[in-house]
Design a protein around this ligand. Structure first.
Ligand code: C2O
Ligand code: CU
Length: 479
Protein backbone atom coordinates (compact mmCIF):
# COMPACT_ATOMS: atom_id res chain seq x y z
CA UNK A 1 0.00 0.00 0.00
CA UNK A 2 2.75 2.41 0.95
CA UNK A 3 4.54 1.68 -2.29
CA UNK A 4 1.42 2.49 -4.27
CA UNK A 5 1.03 5.74 -2.39
CA UNK A 6 4.62 6.63 -3.00
CA UNK A 7 4.14 6.23 -6.72
CA UNK A 8 0.97 8.27 -6.88
CA UNK A 9 2.46 10.98 -4.69
CA UNK A 10 5.38 11.23 -6.99
CA UNK A 11 3.02 11.39 -9.92
CA UNK A 12 1.83 14.81 -8.79
CA UNK A 13 5.33 16.19 -9.10
CA UNK A 14 6.50 15.59 -12.61
CA UNK A 15 10.10 15.46 -11.41
CA UNK A 16 11.30 13.71 -14.51
CA UNK A 17 12.80 10.58 -12.94
CA UNK A 18 11.74 7.17 -14.22
CA UNK A 19 8.44 6.24 -12.59
CA UNK A 20 9.57 2.68 -12.06
CA UNK A 21 12.25 3.83 -9.65
CA UNK A 22 9.67 4.58 -6.96
CA UNK A 23 8.58 0.95 -6.72
CA UNK A 24 11.97 -0.04 -5.36
CA UNK A 25 12.25 2.83 -2.86
CA UNK A 26 11.98 2.06 0.82
CA UNK A 27 9.08 3.87 2.43
CA UNK A 28 9.52 6.49 5.08
CA UNK A 29 8.36 4.03 7.72
CA UNK A 30 10.74 1.33 6.58
CA UNK A 31 13.66 3.75 6.74
CA UNK A 32 12.58 4.95 10.18
CA UNK A 33 12.73 1.38 11.48
CA UNK A 34 16.32 0.82 10.45
CA UNK A 35 17.87 4.17 11.40
CA UNK A 36 18.69 4.61 15.10
CA UNK A 37 18.58 7.87 17.06
CA UNK A 38 17.65 11.32 15.77
CA UNK A 39 16.84 11.05 12.11
CA UNK A 40 15.34 13.04 9.31
CA UNK A 41 13.80 11.20 6.43
CA UNK A 42 13.24 12.97 3.15
CA UNK A 43 10.31 11.48 1.25
CA UNK A 44 7.10 12.32 -0.57
CA UNK A 45 4.14 13.34 1.60
CA UNK A 46 0.83 15.14 1.39
CA UNK A 47 0.16 18.25 3.48
CA UNK A 48 -2.73 20.76 3.66
CA UNK A 49 -0.59 23.69 2.46
CA UNK A 50 -3.38 25.77 0.99
CA UNK A 51 -5.88 25.18 3.79
CA UNK A 52 -9.00 23.13 4.42
CA UNK A 53 -10.90 24.23 1.31
CA UNK A 54 -8.24 22.79 -1.01
CA UNK A 55 -6.95 19.32 -1.66
CA UNK A 56 -3.75 18.36 0.11
CA UNK A 57 -0.56 19.12 -1.80
CA UNK A 58 1.93 16.46 -2.77
CA UNK A 59 5.28 17.66 -1.45
CA UNK A 60 8.73 16.40 -0.59
CA UNK A 61 9.19 16.67 3.14
CA UNK A 62 11.37 15.76 6.10
CA UNK A 63 9.49 13.32 8.33
CA UNK A 64 6.27 14.00 6.44
CA UNK A 65 6.09 17.62 7.64
CA UNK A 66 6.51 21.03 6.02
CA UNK A 67 8.55 22.60 7.41
CA UNK A 68 10.54 19.61 8.64
CA UNK A 69 10.84 19.09 12.40
CA UNK A 70 12.08 22.13 14.29
CA UNK A 71 15.47 21.05 15.61
CA UNK A 72 16.42 22.76 18.86
CA UNK A 73 19.76 22.50 20.56
CA UNK A 74 21.72 24.45 23.18
CA UNK A 75 24.81 26.40 22.17
CA UNK A 76 27.87 24.16 22.59
CA UNK A 77 25.93 20.93 22.15
CA UNK A 78 26.76 18.38 19.45
CA UNK A 79 24.26 17.76 16.68
CA UNK A 80 23.83 14.16 15.56
CA UNK A 81 21.29 13.56 12.83
CA UNK A 82 21.00 10.65 10.41
CA UNK A 83 19.42 11.70 7.13
CA UNK A 84 17.62 8.95 5.21
CA UNK A 85 16.72 9.40 1.57
CA UNK A 86 13.27 8.16 0.56
CA UNK A 87 13.23 10.38 -2.54
CA UNK A 88 13.57 9.07 -6.09
CA UNK A 89 16.79 11.08 -6.54
CA UNK A 90 20.00 11.95 -4.68
CA UNK A 91 19.93 14.48 -1.86
CA UNK A 92 22.08 16.04 0.90
CA UNK A 93 21.43 18.29 3.88
CA UNK A 94 23.17 21.64 4.28
CA UNK A 95 23.00 23.30 7.72
CA UNK A 96 22.60 26.85 6.50
CA UNK A 97 24.64 29.35 8.52
CA UNK A 98 26.20 26.89 10.96
CA UNK A 99 30.00 26.97 11.03
CA UNK A 100 30.43 23.25 10.52
CA UNK A 101 33.55 21.24 9.63
CA UNK A 102 33.78 21.06 5.84
CA UNK A 103 32.89 17.34 5.63
CA UNK A 104 29.53 18.06 7.32
CA UNK A 105 28.55 20.91 4.98
CA UNK A 106 26.24 18.83 2.79
CA UNK A 107 27.51 19.96 -0.61
CA UNK A 108 27.21 17.08 -3.09
CA UNK A 109 30.44 16.05 -4.87
CA UNK A 110 32.42 18.78 -3.10
CA UNK A 111 32.16 17.77 0.59
CA UNK A 112 30.36 14.42 0.45
CA UNK A 113 28.98 11.86 -1.97
CA UNK A 114 25.29 12.58 -2.46
CA UNK A 115 22.91 10.41 -0.43
CA UNK A 116 21.44 7.95 -2.94
CA UNK A 117 17.78 6.89 -2.81
CA UNK A 118 17.34 4.33 -0.06
CA UNK A 119 20.56 5.19 1.76
CA UNK A 120 21.51 7.48 4.60
CA UNK A 121 24.25 9.76 5.92
CA UNK A 122 25.25 10.67 9.48
CA UNK A 123 25.76 14.34 10.19
CA UNK A 124 27.57 15.07 13.42
CA UNK A 125 29.21 18.31 14.55
CA UNK A 126 29.47 20.79 17.42
CA UNK A 127 27.28 23.89 17.52
CA UNK A 128 29.62 26.77 18.40
CA UNK A 129 27.12 29.60 17.98
CA UNK A 130 23.62 30.35 19.17
CA UNK A 131 21.04 31.62 16.72
CA UNK A 132 18.35 30.90 14.16
CA UNK A 133 19.55 28.65 11.34
CA UNK A 134 17.88 26.27 8.92
CA UNK A 135 18.50 23.10 6.97
CA UNK A 136 17.76 22.18 3.38
CA UNK A 137 19.16 20.00 0.57
CA UNK A 138 22.05 21.25 -1.56
CA UNK A 139 21.24 18.82 -4.36
CA UNK A 140 18.91 20.22 -7.03
CA UNK A 141 17.87 22.71 -4.43
CA UNK A 142 15.88 24.75 -6.94
CA UNK A 143 13.47 21.79 -7.05
CA UNK A 144 13.96 20.05 -3.72
CA UNK A 145 13.62 23.16 -1.53
CA UNK A 146 10.71 24.43 -3.64
CA UNK A 147 8.96 21.07 -3.10
CA UNK A 148 9.08 21.46 0.70
CA UNK A 149 12.45 20.20 1.94
CA UNK A 150 13.41 22.72 4.61
CA UNK A 151 13.27 23.08 8.37
CA UNK A 152 14.40 25.35 11.19
CA UNK A 153 17.49 24.74 13.32
CA UNK A 154 17.37 26.81 16.50
CA UNK A 155 20.42 26.96 18.74
CA UNK A 156 19.49 28.49 22.05
CA UNK A 157 21.78 30.75 24.08
CA UNK A 158 22.83 29.28 27.42
CA UNK A 159 20.87 32.14 29.01
CA UNK A 160 18.15 33.08 26.53
CA UNK A 161 16.55 36.48 27.10
CA UNK A 162 13.23 36.08 28.94
CA UNK A 163 10.23 36.19 26.62
CA UNK A 164 6.71 34.82 26.89
CA UNK A 165 6.98 32.76 23.71
CA UNK A 166 9.82 31.85 21.36
CA UNK A 167 8.24 31.27 17.95
CA UNK A 168 9.63 30.42 14.49
CA UNK A 169 7.89 31.60 11.36
CA UNK A 170 9.31 29.84 8.32
CA UNK A 171 8.15 31.75 5.27
CA UNK A 172 7.56 29.57 2.24
CA UNK A 173 6.56 30.40 -1.32
CA UNK A 174 4.89 27.92 -3.67
CA UNK A 175 3.65 27.87 -7.21
CA UNK A 176 0.41 25.94 -6.95
CA UNK A 177 -1.95 24.89 -9.72
CA UNK A 178 -5.72 25.28 -9.19
CA UNK A 179 -5.90 21.77 -7.69
CA UNK A 180 -3.27 22.84 -5.10
CA UNK A 181 -0.57 20.63 -6.61
CA UNK A 182 2.91 22.10 -7.16
CA UNK A 183 3.47 23.32 -10.71
CA UNK A 184 6.26 21.25 -12.27
CA UNK A 185 7.78 24.09 -14.30
CA UNK A 186 11.17 24.16 -12.57
CA UNK A 187 14.21 25.60 -14.26
CA UNK A 188 12.26 27.81 -16.68
CA UNK A 189 14.96 29.65 -18.64
CA UNK A 190 13.23 32.99 -18.79
CA UNK A 191 12.59 33.05 -15.04
CA UNK A 192 16.09 31.84 -14.34
CA UNK A 193 17.45 34.91 -16.11
CA UNK A 194 15.15 37.26 -14.20
CA UNK A 195 13.93 37.22 -10.57
CA UNK A 196 13.76 33.42 -10.27
CA UNK A 197 10.74 31.21 -9.70
CA UNK A 198 8.48 33.35 -7.54
CA UNK A 199 5.30 31.51 -6.55
CA UNK A 200 1.66 32.41 -6.02
CA UNK A 201 1.09 31.06 -2.50
CA UNK A 202 2.91 32.21 0.62
CA UNK A 203 2.88 30.01 3.70
CA UNK A 204 3.91 30.52 7.31
CA UNK A 205 5.18 27.26 8.80
CA UNK A 206 3.87 25.34 5.82
CA UNK A 207 0.27 26.61 5.88
CA UNK A 208 -1.54 29.49 4.28
CA UNK A 209 -2.13 31.36 7.52
CA UNK A 210 -4.84 33.88 8.16
CA UNK A 211 -4.43 34.69 11.83
CA UNK A 212 -1.87 34.39 14.58
CA UNK A 213 -3.28 34.54 18.14
CA UNK A 214 -1.54 36.84 20.62
CA UNK A 215 -2.22 38.35 24.06
CA UNK A 216 -2.06 42.01 25.02
CA UNK A 217 1.18 42.76 26.85
CA UNK A 218 2.87 39.59 25.64
CA UNK A 219 6.51 39.63 24.54
CA UNK A 220 7.44 37.35 21.66
CA UNK A 221 10.77 36.35 20.28
CA UNK A 222 9.85 35.89 16.65
CA UNK A 223 12.40 34.06 14.52
CA UNK A 224 11.71 34.77 10.86
CA UNK A 225 13.25 32.48 8.26
CA UNK A 226 12.89 33.08 4.52
CA UNK A 227 12.86 29.57 3.06
CA UNK A 228 11.51 30.71 -0.33
CA UNK A 229 13.42 29.88 -3.50
CA UNK A 230 13.25 33.38 -4.91
CA UNK A 231 10.73 35.62 -3.14
CA UNK A 232 12.04 38.55 -1.11
CA UNK A 233 9.82 39.62 1.80
CA UNK A 234 9.37 43.05 3.38
CA UNK A 235 7.13 42.50 6.38
CA UNK A 236 5.50 45.59 7.83
CA UNK A 237 4.38 45.28 11.44
CA UNK A 238 2.28 48.36 11.08
CA UNK A 239 0.91 48.90 14.60
CA UNK A 240 3.92 47.42 16.33
CA UNK A 241 7.56 48.32 16.78
CA UNK A 242 9.60 45.15 16.49
CA UNK A 243 13.17 45.30 17.67
CA UNK A 244 15.70 43.36 15.60
CA UNK A 245 18.06 41.48 17.92
CA UNK A 246 19.76 39.10 15.48
CA UNK A 247 20.28 38.78 11.72
CA UNK A 248 21.07 35.40 10.16
CA UNK A 249 21.35 34.05 13.68
CA UNK A 250 24.04 36.54 14.69
CA UNK A 251 23.31 39.07 17.45
CA UNK A 252 23.13 42.69 16.34
CA UNK A 253 22.93 45.83 18.46
CA UNK A 254 19.12 45.93 18.82
CA UNK A 255 17.41 48.42 16.50
CA UNK A 256 13.91 49.29 15.43
CA UNK A 257 13.78 49.28 11.62
CA UNK A 258 12.14 52.21 9.92
CA UNK A 259 8.39 51.73 9.60
CA UNK A 260 8.67 48.39 11.41
CA UNK A 261 9.65 46.96 8.01
CA UNK A 262 11.79 43.81 7.97
CA UNK A 263 13.37 42.91 4.59
CA UNK A 264 14.41 39.28 4.16
CA UNK A 265 16.04 37.90 1.04
CA UNK A 266 15.91 34.16 0.40
CA UNK A 267 17.77 32.25 3.18
CA UNK A 268 18.02 35.29 5.47
CA UNK A 269 16.72 35.27 9.03
CA UNK A 270 15.80 37.94 11.55
CA UNK A 271 15.12 37.49 15.26
CA UNK A 272 12.66 40.06 16.56
CA UNK A 273 11.51 41.02 20.01
CA UNK A 274 7.88 41.87 19.41
CA UNK A 275 5.91 43.50 22.22
CA UNK A 276 2.19 43.03 21.68
CA UNK A 277 1.14 46.56 22.43
CA UNK A 278 -2.44 46.32 21.11
CA UNK A 279 -5.59 46.07 23.19
CA UNK A 280 -7.60 42.91 23.90
CA UNK A 281 -9.98 41.82 21.13
CA UNK A 282 -8.20 43.89 18.45
CA UNK A 283 -6.44 42.83 15.23
CA UNK A 284 -3.36 44.10 13.48
CA UNK A 285 -2.36 43.27 9.93
CA UNK A 286 1.14 42.32 8.82
CA UNK A 287 1.65 43.31 5.18
CA UNK A 288 4.36 42.14 2.80
CA UNK A 289 5.16 45.17 0.67
CA UNK A 290 8.40 44.15 -1.05
CA UNK A 291 7.17 44.09 -4.67
CA UNK A 292 5.68 47.43 -5.63
CA UNK A 293 2.01 47.18 -6.47
CA UNK A 294 1.87 43.59 -5.25
CA UNK A 295 1.38 44.20 -1.53
CA UNK A 296 -0.66 41.57 0.22
CA UNK A 297 -1.76 40.78 3.75
CA UNK A 298 0.45 38.08 5.21
CA UNK A 299 -1.72 37.51 8.28
CA UNK A 300 -3.43 39.27 11.17
CA UNK A 301 -2.19 39.28 14.74
CA UNK A 302 -5.43 38.57 16.64
CA UNK A 303 -5.60 39.65 20.27
CA UNK A 304 -7.49 37.47 22.72
CA UNK A 305 -9.89 38.86 25.29
CA UNK A 306 -7.44 38.50 28.18
CA UNK A 307 -4.55 40.81 28.89
CA UNK A 308 -1.35 39.01 29.89
CA UNK A 309 0.16 42.05 31.66
CA UNK A 310 -0.39 45.79 31.63
CA UNK A 311 2.70 46.64 29.67
CA UNK A 312 5.56 44.72 28.19
CA UNK A 313 8.61 44.24 30.40
CA UNK A 314 11.29 46.86 29.77
CA UNK A 315 14.22 44.80 30.97
CA UNK A 316 15.47 43.60 27.62
CA UNK A 317 19.15 42.71 27.37
CA UNK A 318 20.96 42.38 24.03
CA UNK A 319 22.19 38.94 23.03
CA UNK A 320 25.82 38.03 23.72
CA UNK A 321 28.02 37.89 20.61
CA UNK A 322 28.87 34.54 19.06
CA UNK A 323 32.38 33.16 18.76
CA UNK A 324 33.68 34.52 15.43
CA UNK A 325 37.04 36.32 15.50
CA UNK A 326 36.83 40.01 14.57
CA UNK A 327 38.43 40.69 11.15
CA UNK A 328 41.12 43.38 11.23
CA UNK A 329 40.32 45.56 8.23
CA UNK A 330 43.72 47.29 8.23
CA UNK A 331 45.57 44.06 7.48
CA UNK A 332 42.86 42.23 5.51
CA UNK A 333 43.51 40.89 2.01
CA UNK A 334 41.05 42.22 -0.54
CA UNK A 335 39.31 40.22 -3.27
CA UNK A 336 36.85 41.31 -5.94
CA UNK A 337 33.79 39.31 -6.94
CA UNK A 338 31.69 40.61 -9.82
CA UNK A 339 28.12 39.35 -10.14
CA UNK A 340 27.19 39.18 -13.81
CA UNK A 341 24.70 37.82 -16.27
CA UNK A 342 20.93 37.62 -16.37
CA UNK A 343 18.42 39.36 -18.58
CA UNK A 344 18.85 43.06 -19.32
CA UNK A 345 21.99 43.35 -17.21
CA UNK A 346 24.33 44.31 -20.03
CA UNK A 347 21.82 46.83 -21.25
CA UNK A 348 21.82 48.47 -17.84
CA UNK A 349 25.58 48.79 -18.04
CA UNK A 350 25.28 50.41 -21.45
CA UNK A 351 22.95 53.06 -20.09
CA UNK A 352 19.38 53.88 -20.98
CA UNK A 353 20.09 54.46 -24.65
CA UNK A 354 22.35 51.43 -25.03
CA UNK A 355 21.85 49.18 -28.00
CA UNK A 356 21.65 46.03 -25.92
CA UNK A 357 24.76 44.69 -27.60
CA UNK A 358 26.86 44.41 -24.44
CA UNK A 359 24.17 42.24 -22.92
CA UNK A 360 24.03 39.99 -25.94
CA UNK A 361 27.78 39.65 -26.12
CA UNK A 362 27.95 38.94 -22.42
CA UNK A 363 25.42 36.17 -22.84
CA UNK A 364 27.16 34.74 -25.91
CA UNK A 365 30.49 34.67 -24.15
CA UNK A 366 29.01 32.33 -21.57
CA UNK A 367 27.27 30.10 -24.01
CA UNK A 368 23.75 31.31 -23.37
CA UNK A 369 23.26 33.95 -26.01
CA UNK A 370 20.11 34.99 -24.19
CA UNK A 371 21.37 36.32 -20.86
CA UNK A 372 19.94 33.37 -18.91
CA UNK A 373 23.25 32.46 -17.37
CA UNK A 374 24.66 33.94 -14.16
CA UNK A 375 28.32 34.42 -13.32
CA UNK A 376 30.85 35.24 -10.62
CA UNK A 377 33.90 36.94 -12.14
CA UNK A 378 32.71 35.91 -15.59
CA UNK A 379 32.43 32.19 -14.85
CA UNK A 380 29.14 30.28 -14.68
CA UNK A 381 29.23 27.17 -12.49
CA UNK A 382 27.86 23.97 -13.98
CA UNK A 383 28.05 21.86 -10.81
CA UNK A 384 29.36 21.89 -7.24
CA UNK A 385 32.74 20.30 -7.89
CA UNK A 386 34.92 22.98 -9.43
CA UNK A 387 38.29 24.65 -9.14
CA UNK A 388 38.31 27.38 -6.47
CA UNK A 389 37.57 30.94 -7.58
CA UNK A 390 39.60 32.21 -4.61
CA UNK A 391 42.16 30.65 -2.32
CA UNK A 392 42.20 32.34 1.07
CA UNK A 393 45.04 32.10 3.55
CA UNK A 394 43.71 30.38 6.63
CA UNK A 395 43.53 32.40 9.83
CA UNK A 396 43.85 35.70 7.98
CA UNK A 397 41.28 38.50 7.65
CA UNK A 398 39.78 38.93 4.19
CA UNK A 399 37.50 41.47 2.55
CA UNK A 400 35.31 40.37 -0.34
CA UNK A 401 34.17 43.30 -2.47
CA UNK A 402 30.95 42.12 -4.13
CA UNK A 403 29.83 44.15 -7.09
CA UNK A 404 26.40 43.47 -8.54
CA UNK A 405 26.63 44.36 -12.22
CA UNK A 406 23.20 42.92 -12.98
CA UNK A 407 19.68 44.30 -13.10
CA UNK A 408 18.44 41.95 -10.35
CA UNK A 409 18.58 41.38 -6.59
CA UNK A 410 20.89 38.65 -5.26
CA UNK A 411 21.14 37.19 -1.72
CA UNK A 412 24.76 35.98 -1.65
CA UNK A 413 25.52 33.20 0.83
CA UNK A 414 28.97 32.08 2.01
CA UNK A 415 29.34 28.65 3.62
CA UNK A 416 31.39 27.80 6.68
CA UNK A 417 31.82 31.35 7.99
CA UNK A 418 29.89 34.34 9.17
CA UNK A 419 30.99 37.73 7.84
CA UNK A 420 30.55 41.34 8.79
CA UNK A 421 28.80 43.64 6.34
CA UNK A 422 31.23 46.57 6.15
CA UNK A 423 30.05 48.95 3.42
CA UNK A 424 27.25 49.41 0.92
CA UNK A 425 28.15 51.53 -2.11
CA UNK A 426 31.24 52.69 -0.19
CA UNK A 427 29.20 53.99 2.75
CA UNK A 428 29.55 52.22 6.14
CA UNK A 429 26.73 49.67 6.46
CA UNK A 430 24.27 50.93 9.08
CA UNK A 431 24.26 47.95 11.44
CA UNK A 432 27.74 46.55 10.73
CA UNK A 433 26.03 43.22 11.19
CA UNK A 434 27.31 39.66 11.09
CA UNK A 435 25.54 37.58 8.44
CA UNK A 436 25.87 34.50 6.29
CA UNK A 437 23.70 35.83 3.45
CA UNK A 438 23.84 39.41 2.21
CA UNK A 439 21.17 40.87 -0.08
CA UNK A 440 22.48 43.05 -2.92
CA UNK A 441 20.23 45.43 -4.83
CA UNK A 442 20.65 45.78 -8.59
CA UNK A 443 23.99 47.52 -9.26
CA UNK A 444 24.89 47.63 -5.57
CA UNK A 445 28.43 47.15 -4.22
CA UNK A 446 28.84 45.54 -0.81
CA UNK A 447 31.99 44.77 1.14
CA UNK A 448 32.03 41.92 3.63
CA UNK A 449 34.87 40.90 5.96
CA UNK A 450 35.73 37.80 7.94
CA UNK A 451 38.62 35.75 9.27
CA UNK A 452 38.99 32.63 7.11
CA UNK A 453 39.35 30.33 10.10
CA UNK A 454 37.49 27.27 8.80
CA UNK A 455 39.60 25.13 6.46
CA UNK A 456 38.03 23.49 3.43
CA UNK A 457 36.22 24.06 0.18
CA UNK A 458 33.30 26.43 0.74
CA UNK A 459 30.49 27.40 -1.59
CA UNK A 460 29.59 30.99 -2.23
CA UNK A 461 26.38 31.35 -4.21
CA UNK A 462 23.23 33.25 -4.83
CA UNK A 463 20.32 31.90 -2.76
CA UNK A 464 17.79 32.68 -5.45
CA UNK A 465 17.96 28.98 -6.21
CA UNK A 466 17.36 29.43 -9.94
CA UNK A 467 20.30 31.85 -10.08
CA UNK A 468 22.45 29.30 -8.29
CA UNK A 469 21.30 26.66 -10.75
CA UNK A 470 21.97 29.11 -13.59
CA UNK A 471 25.62 29.43 -12.58
CA UNK A 472 25.94 32.03 -9.80
CA UNK A 473 28.00 29.79 -7.59
CA UNK A 474 31.70 29.29 -6.89
CA UNK A 475 34.11 27.65 -4.48
CA UNK A 476 36.33 29.51 -2.04
CA UNK A 477 39.16 27.39 -0.68
CA UNK A 478 40.53 28.13 2.79
CA UNK A 479 43.90 26.51 3.47
CU1 C2O B 1 21.25 27.69 2.14
CU2 C2O B 1 24.53 26.84 -0.10
O1 C2O B 1 22.84 27.23 0.99
CU1 CU C 1 20.83 35.83 -7.67
Amino acid sequence: MDHVQTISRRGAFAVGAAATLAASLPTRRALADVLPGRRLIAAAARVPLAGASYAETGVWAYDGMVPGPELRFRQGERLRVTVGNGLPEDTTVHWHGVRVPNAMDGVPELTQAPIAPGSCFDYEFDLPDAGTYWYHPHQHSFEQVACGLYGALVIEESHPPPVDRDVVWMLGDWRLLPDASIAGDFGNRMETGMAGRIGNTVTVNGRVTDTFPVRAGERLRLRLVNAASARIFALEFRDHRPSVIALDGQPVVPYEPEGGRIVLGPAQRADLVLDLAGVPDSRSTIVDSFYQGLEYRLLDLVYGAERLRDRAPDDFVALPLNTMPEPDLATAERHKIILGGGMMSGMMGAGASGSGMPGMMDGMAHGGGTGMVWTFNGVAATGHDMAPMLELARGRPHVLALSNETAWWHPIHLHGHAFRVITRNSVPAPYHEWRDTVLLRPQERVEIAFVADNPGQWMIHCHVLDHQNGGMMAVIAVA
